[in-house]
Design a binder for this molecule. Structure first.
Ligand code: HEM
Length: 231
């Protein structure tokens, strides 16, 4: 719902419109101090409020930002890596031989699939971009997924390729608002892929993947994968 809400206001948005209030209430309830584990990110945000680094009114809003921005993005991000390897067995063998490539592999999967396809900026002043005038206050929709496959920037852009250097992709955005949780996502992916690489000999699709349609996210509703243990 949150990522559909970026727009456009289409059937995906309308489908959840009647439960926006209930879902927002539920999310907000998860961000209250008493709802959080004692050793997680959320507890640290509240501890920062106790120290006066932010106000107690801001604390649940910061927790909500991390919760909303951090889960529905990482799930398709990790799935993108699994999908990439399930459809590129030679790259899986490369990772098994060199598990230190796990981080590169995750960034390449994020570039290749761009789990967050689009994001907005708001023009703070009248500005010309590539010959088009954007008025102050105007919205600019950035197609991260397109930039990540720009043939002027990437050789053979549609190919998932562990031998390329994916740094410079914009799957986590760019500039001062680029993803604040990207290193957490990379850490999660590195842990997952390194553990799988040491134990799994072959990864393969076990059925037809089904896309989950969302206005912002590129994800799956089903991604059946068969995992065969290493010898
Ligand atoms: C594969 C996983 C992830 C992807 C693909 C992703 C992608 C993005 C993108 C594209 C943006 C917009 C950047 C921009 O405007 O330039 C963003 C912002 C953000 N992300 Fe992530 N993200 C991921 C994981 C996470 C995690 C794990 C967290 C939190 C622990 C997180 C927290 C945030 C926050 C708070 C922002 C807003 C930053 C701001 O506006 O200053 N993200 N993310």
């Amino acid at each position: 719902m949150a990522f559909n809400a970026f727009g456009p206001r289409n059937a995906l948005v309308e489908a959840d419109a009647h439960r926006v209030g209930a879902l927002s209430d539920w999310v907000n309830a998860q961000c209250a101090r008493g709802a959080l584990s004692e050793d997680g990110f959320g507890a640290r945000v509240w501890a920062a409020a106790d120290r006066g680094d932010l106000t107690h009114a801001q604390a649940p809003l910061v927790v909500r930002s991390l919760l909303t921005a951090g889960i529905d993005t990482t799930v398709p991000g990790l799935a993108a890596a699994l999908y990439a390897f399930a459809t590129h067995p030679e790259e899986w063998q490369r990772l098994r031989e060199r598990p230190e490539l796990a981080r590169v592999a995750f960034d390449e999967a994020v570039r290749w699939q761009s789990s967050v396809q689009t994001f907005f900026r708001t023009a703070t002043t009248d500005v010309d971009i590539a010959g088009t005038r954007i008025s102050a206050g105007g919205k600019i929709l950035m197609f991260l997924g397109s930039a990540n496959r720009d043939p002027d920037r990437w050789a053979d852009p549609d190919r998932f390729d562990l031998t390329r250097d994916p740094s410079g992709h914009v799957g986590f955005g760019m500039g001062i608002h680029q993803c604040v949780g990207q290193h957490v996502a990379r850490l999660e992916a590195e842990a997952l892929l390194t553990a799988l690489a040491s134990r799994v000999g072959q990864l393969a699709l076990a059925g037809e993947p089904r896309r989950h349609l969302n206005n912002t996210l590129r994800s799956w509703s089903a991604l059946p994968v068969r995992v065969l243990p290493a010898d």
